[in-house]
Ligand binder design. Sequence first.
Ligand code: ADP
Ligand code: MG
Length: 231
Amino acid sequence: MSLRVESVSLVLGDGDQQVQALDNVTFSVAAGELLAVVGPSGSGKSSLLAVCGGLRKPTSGKIHVGDTEITALGLEQLTSVRREKIGFVFQQSNLLPSLTVLDQLLLTVHLRGTRPGAAHRDRAMGLLRQVGMDARSHRRPAELSGGERQRVGIARALMSSPSVLLVDEPTSMLDQGRGRQIVSLLRGQCHEHGVAALMVTHDPDMLEFVDRAVHIHDGRLQQLERAHAAH
Ligand code: ADP
Ligand code: MG
């Protein structure tokens, strides 16, 4: 199992304003699997991603990324695990406006303190080919559609070979057809690269394209259902 969440609770706010954002949540995602957590606004989806990504410490419970219990780490170790083992795909792709598609991917190498070389360039172009964006590697974000930007965001997240991918509402800015393509693409990439992916969404239409789905309501996971795999 690449992501293991064990009895995790998160209380936010203070005094009378306290909210139980996550209530004793337990689940895991295997390497190569795309799990969707589906729930309405306010159900705890962003909170769940924040604790899994080490951006927030849960009030109680444990989270393992591979063999590492991230809930036991200090800030410095946590930062390096986050950089090396966890990839993020955002609601809006969060690309830098001034950089070309290829440079968005190479920037992640820079941020890990390495000067990108020919091997990095090859890896980046390979990933862009897999998401169908290699022919647009010299474009800037403003010249791309919303779906194309999400494709680049996915390739960028995979650039550092993460073991866990955390995906926040990747289709909310896309029409349904493009949304489906993006989720199918994500699933294929997780299988291909053996990445454990956790995607949160409010859109039940996307469940058809994931490996497994869980519902979240008021911070609690509800029934587990097999998704109907498209292929
Ligand atoms: P979702 O992403 O599903 O919309 P969130 O995880 O953002 O849900 O929020 C879960 C609950 O926690 C909601 O009731 C929300 O109002 C509350 N919440 C979120 N962030 C904070 C915060 N910083 N302080 C207090 N309550 C918060
Ligand atoms: Mg949210």
